[in-house]
Ligand binder design. Structure first.
Ligand SMILES: Nc1ncnc2c1ncn2[C@@H]1O[C@H](COP(=O)(O)OP(=O)(O)OP(=O)(O)O)[C@@H](O)[C@H]1O
Ligand SMILES: [Mg+2]
Length: 505
């Protein structure tokens, strides 16, 4: 008996180890296509199992039929050709999870992409895990404050919700999601940004924004660039969800941004066609709906018995020519709990964020919206929608009474209020103050051009007002609080430099 418990453990492992022959199933590559291998002779292989190819490259089983299987590569495929051998590892694709990933940039297998050295993560989790059962879930009831006024006021997102951000190319989809990440700087929500098939510069921009203005050390970046193996791009959202679930299952809160699922659908189609699966509508395989449904079902608010954690998802999708009713967009819309639609027309007209308030909706977030915000945002959507309609008619010229002019002026102010630079999220207290001021007519004398300066002046005033602290969790807003908020707005207005010309109508 030695004194060293480590040595004892080692000795017992050596004695227990079997030194006999080991059974390993070996197959053969029959065909190789872009990022995908057809393999025969591995009858025991399971879906999602990791395979090892000649030279050490790995892949995972994507499809199975009676005699062959298709595996997507996870590494470079140099040296692999028809006739190469393949062995089973018996393991399903797994990724590192845990706090060691915070503040790191990794690929979908958890391999480090930044220069901060090896990961401190020790646990591993399979990338495909079942979604929480109905019993394990609770209703969405607490807010995720995105800091984007138009979203928080009109399309509130709750913890555990799946809110799609959908719109044409370059209409500010990523910016809205990144703002939501930046706004978690002082919250208890951990953010995971998953980049699927994006240009490296676009990913870089997001990482830098979070580094400068967000809680970088509580954010995880999972990156599968456009140049990576299709198998890696395919895995990215699933792998990142496993990392996020670990936070949820420990009773914590996580927010995951999938940027974007249109590109993920495209890589799924690419791999399916290479696997010779029968193509369906728009050449997507029949399981494309199930693919994203099983992914997004993993976002949930857990019941108290399960720890009460949550995983909120902001999947992003791209549409062409404003067509929301194409195959993938309709699928994603039906899987999620609402959508924020960005409009190319609004974007071109300089309304940013270019959120189309008519087409956007949040199906469960209203119940989670902070009370204070709900109290002042009540009529906003209707007033704004009416204004947009009236504006169209008033273009035809000269008619309109004083009441209509007043409504137009108020509507223009709503538009100016909802406009917001990216990377400058607003706290709930600032949002409440602005909306209360709008409702009370305090903003009527402010010229449209002065709105950005007004918001900038308001932020420190609100932060310094003790009566407004905790407004985001307050059960109600009493008259005194509301007055304190609008008084801050009045003070900010008084500080504004006068504009040379008369206020625009
Ligand atoms: N709130 C905003 N304020 C000012 N500019 C904005 C705002 N949102 C977006 N932009 C501008 O629009 C550009 C495109 O935004 P973003 O990258 O978020 O759009 P996207 O829809 O994600 O684009 P893509 O389809 O290329 O992914 C940005 O580079 C930025 O200059
Ligand atoms: Mg984008």
């Amino acid at each position: 008996m030695t004194m060293d418990p480590g040595l004892d453990a080692l000795k017992s492992r050596v004695t227990a180890a079997s030194l006999g022959p080991e059974a390993r199933e070996t197959g053969t590559v029959t065909e190789i296509a872009d990022g995908l291998a057809h393999v025969s002779g591995l009858p025991g292989a399971r879906l999602g199992e990791v395979l090892e190819f000649t030279g050490g490259a790995r892949g995972f089983v994507l499809n199975l039929d009676e005699t062959t299987l298709q595996a997507a590569f996870l590494d470079a495929t140099a040296g692999i050709e028809a006739g190469s051998t393949v062995t089973r590892t018996g393991e399903l694709v797994s990724v590192p999870v845990g706090d060691g990933l915070f503040g790191r940039v990794v690929d979908p297998l958890g391999r480090v992409l930044d220069d901060l050295g090896p990961l401190a993560a020790s646990e591993m989790a399979e990338v495909e895990r079942p979604a929480p059962s109905i019993i394990a879930r609770d209703f969405v009831s607490e807010p995720v404050e995105t800091g984007v006024l138009v979203v928080d006021a009109l399309f509130a997102v709750g913890r555990g919700q799946r809110e799609l951000i959908i719109g044409e190319r370059g209409t500010g989809k990523t910016s809205i999601a990144v703002d939501a990440i930046l706004n978690q700087k002082d919250s208890d929500i951990v953010c995971i940004y998953v980049s699927i098939g994006q240009r490296a510069t676009a990913v870089r921009r997001v990482i830098e924004a979070v580094r400068q203005k967000g809680a970088f050390d509580r954010t995880i970046f999972v990156v599968a660039p456009a140049t990576s193996q299709p198998g890696l791009r395919w895995l990215a959202p699933f792998a990142a969800t496993s990392m996020a679930e670990t936070i949820r299952d420990r009773g914590g809160h996580a927010l995951i941004v999938y940027d974007d699922l249109t590109k993920h659908a495209a890589v799924h189609r690419e791999l399916a066609l290479l696997s010779r699966q029968p193509p369906g509508r728009e050449a997507y395989p029949g399981d494309i709906f199930y693919l994203h449904a099983r992914l997004l079902e993993r976002s949930a608010k857990l019941s108290k018995a399960m720890g009460g954690g949550s995983l909120t998802a902001l999947p992003i999708a791209e549409i062409e020519a404003g067509n929301l009713s194409a195959y993938i967009p309709t699928n994603l819309i039906s899987i999620s709990d609402g959508q924020i639609v960005t409009s190319a027309t609004l974007f071109a007209g300089n309304q940013r964020p270019a959120v189309d308030v008519g087409l956007s909706v949040s199906r469960v977030g209203g119940k989670a919206q902070p009370r204070a915000l709900k109290a002042v945002a009540g009529r906003l959507r209707l007033d704004y929608a009416q204004y947009l309609e009236m504006k169209m008619f008033s273009r035809f010229g000269g008619f309109g009474d004083a009441a209509m002019k007043k409504r137009l002026a108020r509507g223009a102010r709503i538009g100016a209020l909802l406009a917001q630079d990216r990377y400058s999220p607003l706290s709930t207290a600032v949002q409440v103050a602005l909306l209360a001021a709008l409702a009370d007519g305090v903003l009527d004398p402010v010229a449209i051009d002065q709105f950005p300066a007004l918001k900038a002046a308001l932020v420190p005033l609100i932060a310094a007002e003790p009566q407004l602290a905790g407004l985001n969790v307050a059960p109600e807003v009493d008259a005194a609080t509301r007055k304190a908020a609008t008084d801050c707005v009045r003070t900010a207005i008084a500080k504004l430099p006068a504009l040379p010309e008369a206020p625009t109508p």
